[in-house]
Design a protein around this ligand. Structure first.
Ligand code: HAM
Length: 437
């Protein structure tokens, strides 16, 4: 077959009906965790002034430097499709004077994000994230709560063998000094670094620690670790975060090379990955599972508010890639929970008057919150019964010509083939009682 002229853009995809069940399940888990921890929902626009992300995430980062969809509007503003949520949520916090509310202000969000990335497994140009942000509190208990919640959502979805990698990348007091130590270490080994890292050496030597290139691994392995160079304040903060994580019995490991690809982070950073190779994983190898990348990433961002021109305000949060989670759930055939909407009743009709009356009856069922399946576009009773059969539905209500004229309906039990007549004004109540049994 020749290729269709119009297809989705590279890196973009339709979320088809068969995948909605995963998205729905994930959103439900996020909502339930958010409610429990008293996080409230926020929605920010998909477009923001480009500077919000340039300042917050950093001009030198891949996200801003290479991946933002940025353009000039008819009015002359330079705007970007949001590549992430934290900068926009902080912009909103500052714009709406949320510092006047009891702190921390705890917010969650879900929606589409855009990054012009090189297409590869687990990386899309339009993808969905959910995220948590707790703004206005420095206390390390918040960091551990964000980690716990992020972990909690994945647990609730049925993920096993999750690993939480944590690190502290210091703050404006200790990081500049560490960057110098790191730069001098890498400078003397410059020729052993990949092209990108040679550039990173000038811009931000911390980014080299994040490099996945084979070439850089040996040099990285001998690099000084920031954990040994934290100032008093960052050291004590990190120690407390780890104590909370211990108390919560969360499966974390220290990763001294975890730096994250966004400039706004201070102190705690973390990522959650799922490595699963056992029989319960649906046969997936650890390697395959790794290839989708990190499921959730986050950390503390105590300087972000000031960078955006606001007052000094601490913050901590995380965000997750919904496609990555959904694709793993699908590959591993993980449960999506009972489909609440599954109909137990099928409404079949025969003839024009019956069809009209069936549509009305269908609305009565909807008001009573009883799910009912139908094939109103089909005229043949045989086709409709076949559809009911395919759906595995036990109760079929048949609205024929005689029924429509005499205001009753025939109920057929598909398991036994037995039939009975029910008065039209009694049918909703009677069926309600039947499906409750
Ligand atoms: P991030 O690490 O850039 O952090 O993204 C978070 C998660 O979004 C990733 O772990 C991944 O699952 C998913 N993700 C990112 N890019 C893509 C992509 N191109 N395709 C599919 N999934 C993707 C942030 O965005 C921060 N705002 C997180 C945060 C919130 N930090 C503090 N608060």
């Amino acid at each position: 077959m020749s290729k269709l002229k119009y297809q989705t853009l590279t890196g973009m995809h339709d979320v088809l009906p068969e995948d909605q069940v995963y998205f729905k399940r994930i959103q439900k888990a996020v909502e339930s965790v958010s409610n429990y921890y008293s996080f409230e929902k926020i929605e920010t626009p998909i477009l923001e002034i480009a500077e919000v992300f340039q300042k917050a995430v950093g001009d030198d980062t891949d996200i801003v430097g290479k991946e933002m969809y940025t353009f000039r509007t008819k009015g002359g503003d330079i705007v970007s499709l949001r590549p992430e949520g934290t900068a926009a949520v902080m912009r909103s916090y500052l714009e709406h004077g949320m510092h006047n509310l009891p702190q921390p202000v705890k917010l969650w969000y879900i929606g589409p994000f855009f990054r012009y990335e090189r297409p590869q497994a687990g990386r899309f140009r339009q993808f969905h994230q959910f995220g948590f942000e707790a703004i206005g509190e420095q206390n390390p208990s918040i960091d551990s709560q964000i980690i716990q919640m992020s972990y909690g959502v994945l647990k609730e979805l049925g993920f096993k063998n999750l690993t939480i990698e944590v690190n502290s990348i210091g703050d404006s007091e200790c990081r500049p000094y560490f960057k110098k130590i790191l730069a001098s270490y890498f400078k003397s080994r410059k020729s052993s670094l990949c092209q990108d890292c040679q550039r990173r050496l000038k811009e931000n030597p911390l980014r080299i620690l994040d490099c996945k290139e084979e070439k850089c691994q040996t040099v990285k392995a001998g690099a000084p670790q920031i954990i040994d160079h934290l100032c008093e304040n960052c050291h004590s903060h990190f120690k407390q975060v780890l104590e909370f994580l211990d108390e919560l019995q969360l499966p974390y490991v220290l990763n001294p090379y975890l730096v994250r690809g966004l400039d706004y982070y201070t102190k705690t950073v973390f990522e959650i990955i799922s490595v699963q190779g056992g029989p319960a994983s649906g046969g997936e190898t650890a390697e395959n599972s790794q290839s989708v990348g990190t499921l959730i990433g986050g950390g503390r961002y105590d300087n972000l508010a000031k960078t955006l021109g606001g007052r000094d305000t601490a913050g901590c949060g995380s965000a997750a890639g919904i496609e990555r989670i959904a694709n793993l759930m699908k590959a591993r055939e993980m449960k999506t929970g009972p489909k609440q909407e599954d109909a137990k009743i099928f409404l079949a009709q025969l003839g024009q008057l019956a069809k009209r009356k069936s549509m009305k009856l269908f609305e009565e069922f909807r008001e009573a919150k009883i799910p009912v399946a139908e094939s109103f576009s089909k005229d043949s009773l045989k086709t409709q019964l076949r559809n009911a059969n395919k759906l595995g539905i036990k109760w079929v209500l048949i609205f024929g010509q005689k029924e429509a004229l005499e205001d009753f309906i025939t109920l057929r039990d598909m398991d036994t083939g037995t039939q009975k007549e029910i008065k039209l004004d009694k049918v909703v109540a009677e069926m309600k009682a039947k499906i409750k049994k």
